[in-house]
Design a protein around this ligand. Structure first.
Ligand code: TXA
Ligand code: MG
Length: 334
């Protein structure tokens, strides 16, 4: 059963103590919605077996019903109760779980993850998060938790509890505050549904690390099937400001998202600037990306000029999110 929720009640925010985690598990078990930190971004969790709670989750996010959710599990053993993992999937899970890798696998025949959360698909997205708060919450509930990123659909993903509140205050029951997330971009999503393992979304685990485990290159998504996954639609992660990519200078009136001091060195204008990593470290840049996009947006930027980011390692995920942040909005936001 879903809890009655009124838009006048404000969301409870608790530092993620062990008591708070138990309380959060109780709220989930009663059909409530709980935002919690993972190592990538904050997730908005619901009990994966509760259709009403999942419907409330889609409503709170303004998420289209055709966009399926990731089921979060404690480990591979729990995953195998809900989906069929083949040899390739098992090898990936062994190498990267718990961690920022999501697998798409065929759902088990009696899969207990709600079809609402799966958007009616016969496949299931699974991830075992590494964050200790997410792990404790999953263990306390004893069942999978479906959780998209805890932002309004189409907006920038949250890496701090404040970001969650800015988007969803009054729409959800509880936030477990565990500070800023470490990785900063969402999990890498790979599909193991046909003869090739396909990269659906670059993310926290770099492509080359996955290819090293598989012993072969990752394939592109199949247009007929996987491109329907809306996280892959052109416009997503969108700030209000216009985003100008691969900038080599800062133009009149622009704010800047810099990397390794490049724009600062090239520009004489004193534009408001945030540097993702003055030292040029891509992991640091990933962890700051969404927070800095929000900050520039909130400070009233009309256009954000973004420095080029090397497309290696986690840089592939950073560039993917930046391209979607820069894409025309009409597609996703009618
Ligand atoms: O790091 C993450 O993955 C975060 C944290 C909270 O775990 N979650 C996250 O969830 O990014 P979300 O809902 O924002 O993105 C999940 C993506 C969506 O693009 C969705 O379409 C895709 O996964 N997806 C889910 N199930 C799928 C399926 N069966 N086939 C293809 N894509 C699927
Ligand atoms: Mg998302």
């Amino acid at each position: 059963m879903a809890r009655p929720r009124s838009s006048h009640t404000s969301t409870r925010r608790l530092p993620a103590s062990s008591e708070a985690i138990l309380e959060a598990a109780r709220v989930l078990a009663e059909g409530g919605l709980v935002a919690f930190p993972t190592e990538t971004v904050y997730g908005l969790g619901a009990d994966a077996s509760n259709d009403e709670a999942i419907a409330a989750l889609y409503a709170a996010k303004g998420r289209p019903a055709f966009n399926p959710l990731i089921a979060h599990v404690v480990d591979a053993e729990q995953a195998e109760q809900f989906a069929r993992l083949d040899g390739r999937a098992r090898a990936l899970v062994l190498a990267f779980w718990p961690g920022p890798l999501t697998l798409i696998a065929p759902a088990a025949p009696d899969c207990g993850v709600s079809l609402t959360a799966r958007a009616g698909l016969q496949s299931l997205a699974l991830r075992a998060p590494a964050h200790p708060i997410a792990q404790s919450l999953l263990r306390a509930l004893g069942r999978p938790i479906v959780a998209p990123s805890a932002n309004r659909s189409g907006a920038v993903s949250p890496t701090e509890a404040d970001h969650v509140l800015a988007d969803l205050d009054g729409q959800i029951d509880l936030i477990l505050d565990g500070g800023a997330t470490r990785v900063g971009v969402e999990s890498t999503i790979v599909s193991c549904l046909d003869e090739r393992v396909r990269l659906l979304r670059p993310g926290g685990v770099p492509r080359d690390a996955i290819e090293a485990v598989l012993g072969e290159a990752l394939a592109a998504p199949e247009a007929s099937r996987e491109l329907l996954a809306p996280g892959m639609l052109a416009s997503h992660y969108a700030p209000r400001a216009t985003v100008r990519l691969e900038a080599n200078d800062i133009r009149e009136g622009e704010f800047a998202l810099d990397f390794a001091g490049l724009l600062a060195r090239r520009s004489t204008a004193a534009a408001p600037t945030l540097d993702l990593s003055p030292a040029g470290d891509l992991d640091e840049a990933a962890s700051k990306l969404f927070a800095y996009l929000r900050r520039l947006d909130d400070s009233g930027a009309a256009t954000i000029a973004v420095a080029p980011i090397p497309n290696v390692g986690i840089g592939e995920a950073i560039n993917d999110r930046l391209r979607r942040a820069a894409a025309p909005r009409a597609l996703l936001r009618p």
